[in-house]
Design a protein around this ligand. Structure first.
Ligand code: NAD
Length: 501
């Protein structure tokens, strides 16, 4: 383990024994160095963890919601105090450039703040009853144990989106992080435990982390005591998880792959569009679910836009994400690099003209996988363009009419994020209307990635249909009851039904 990682882990409160001597070797994508050896849970460990979480739930659900919010507030304080250390660990383990690592922890802080306010606003409706002397209302009540399965590319924020809400909703959490990023999960759990020690009367095991691969996740997925499984990752994973949870009538919240496009129209501010596309396509080395993978540009501005993107692309500085000035960090591993190369080969075979995409810094980092961002000018929306390759590849396409552009934008299996750059209000409103983008996120004059926590986040079609984070996404973490209260001395039946002897 490098001293930097071990120092960070110690500062964040993770005992050395938790990150040494285990069977899961953790490598930094920055240079391929081993930075930990984490202990892998077994299916039986998961069964025991679920029993503990269920026992904790029975206590936690009776704590008033604003008091539950206080624990999340304390956790937010721990995150604020440890922001730079946790962000640095995100960079070391997931390869994010420093400002993006810090942005990820800021997102955790933001959702904690949101959840604290929410803890006083878990409102149901009161409803007019058709019967005299009756009142109807609905309540949102704690749901149970929430299982959180997360992906490597947002190793901690996605957990926070789920757990901050789940905890104020009165639920308990079990986290199965990505097998590629167990260290940041252990550090986050340690910070949560610090908050728990400052909170009088918290039941033990409100949040637990179990590291391991798909088999550990499956033990969570199949257990009927887990009321909600919130799973973030590839569509392949969602296809396995969704039906298994449905088979036991559990609830599932799926946040899966995206294939996000930006439409650029003739009236667009091209300076803005270039900046939005550049960050969207190449930020996080193309490893965001909301990464811009396609640009659909009007034929009148296509060539100019692509020329500007090409110039900017070639200037992006590739290098260690923890060194200032670098904007493109490494891919997570060799498999990601190989998938990128395969996609670029397919793009060429399907008529694309590709620039960039080659391996970078191989001499300096022989055990790590940096790649030059790639631009692929495509003759049409071919099969490879419809496929999510989790790497910095931007496909460009031309269109003639807005209807054609919107049809292209929607003609992919995924439905997460989308954007239009235009100064024409008709085009903008059409894009966000019922006949516009079919995605969960549709933006105007900003890119596809970098969502704020205040809105509900998620997408349609193969993205899985789940919504988490802001707005009313909290309702997924609670069960709704409808209550009819009769304060009269009669017992009238609804719809005028008579049943008297
Ligand atoms: P992945 O699907 O390989 O793994 C995600 C998680 O699922 C891991 O924790 C993994 O161990 C677990 N898993 C895999 N198979 C499982 C199974 N059968 N049962 C239970 N758990 C299982 O994804 P990844 O490579 O870590 O992440 C990249 C993918 O995640 C991309 O497709 C990206 O678009 C997607 N993603 C989506 C969102 C979103 O909010 N929509 C956010 C981040 C990432």
């Amino acid at each position: 383990m490098t001293s930097t990682t071990s120092e960070l882990l110690a500062a964040l409160g993770v005992p050395a024994a938790a990150v040494t001597g285990g069977s899961m070797t953790v490598r930094s994508p920055i240079d391929g160095a081993v930075i930990g050896a984490v202990h892998e849970a077994k299916a039986a460990d998961m069964t025991a963890a679920i029993a503990r979480a269920q026992a904790a739930f029975l206590q936690w659900r009776t704590v008033p919601a604003p008091k539950r919010g206080e624990l999340v507030r304390l956790f937010g304080e721990e995150l604020r105090a440890n922001k730079s250390a946790l962000a640095r660990l995100v960079s070391l383990e997931a390869g994010k450039v420093t400002s993006e690592g810090e942005g990820e922890v800021q997102e955790m802080i933001d959702i904690c703040d949101f959840a604290v306010g929410l803890s006083r606003q878990l409102h149901g409706l009161t409803i007019a009853s058709e019967r005299p002397g009756h009142r109807m209302m609905e309540q949102y009540l704690p749901l149970g144990v929430v299982g959180i399965i997360s992906a490597f590319n947002f190793p901690v924020a996605v957990w926070a989106w789920n757990s901050a809400l789940a905890l104020v909703c009165g639920d308990t959490c079990i986290w199965k992080p990505s097998e590629k990023t167990p260290l940041t999960a252990l550090a986050t759990q340690a910070l949560f435990e610090k908050a728990v020690t400052r909170y009088a009367g918290a039941p033990a095991h409100l949040s637990q982390v179990l590291n391991g691969g798909a088999a550990v996740g499956e033990a969570l997925v199949d257990d009927a005591r887990v009321a909600l499984v919130s799973a973030t990752g590839s569509t392949r994973m969602g296809r396995a998880v969704g039906p298994r949870v449905a088979a036991r009538f559990g609830r599932c919240l799926l946040e899966l792959g995206g294939n996000n496009a930006i439409i650029v129209t003739p009236s667009a501010d091209l300076d803005l569009a270039v900046r939005g596309i550049l960050f969207g396509a190449y930020g996080t080395a193309g490893q965001r679910c909301t990464t811009t993978r396609r640009v659909i540009a009007h034929e009148s501005i296509h060539d100019e836009l692509v020329a500007r993107l090409e110039r900017a692309r070639a200037q992006l500085k590739i290098g260690s994400p923890v060194e200032p000035g670098n904007l493109i960090g490494p891919l997570i591993d060799k498999a990601a690099f190989d998938a990128m190369q395969a996609a670029l080969a397919a793009a060429r075979e399907q008529g694309g003209e590709v620039t960039g995409g080659e391996r970078a810094l191989a001499q300096q980092y022989p055990e790590a996988f940096y790649a030059a961002p790639a631009l692929a000018r495509m003759p049409a929306q071919t099969d490879i363009v419809k496929h999510e390759t989790f790497a910095p590849i931007l496909y460009t396409l031309k269109y003639k009419t807005l209807d054609e552009a919107i049809a292209l934008q929607n003609d992919v299996p995924q439905g997460l994020s989308s954007a239009i750059f235009t100064n024409d209000i008709r085009e903008a409103e059409t894009f966000v209307s019922a006949s516009g983008s079919d995605c969960g996120i549709a933006n105007v004059n900003i890119g596809t990635s970098g969502a704020e926590i205040g809105g509900a986040f998620g997408g349609e079609k193969e993205t899985g249909g789940g919504r988490e984070s802001g707005s009313d996404a909290w309702k997924a973490y609670m069960r709704r009851t409808t209550n009819t209260v009769n304060y009269s001395r009669e017992l009238p039946l609804a719809q005028g039904v008579k049943f008297d002897v």
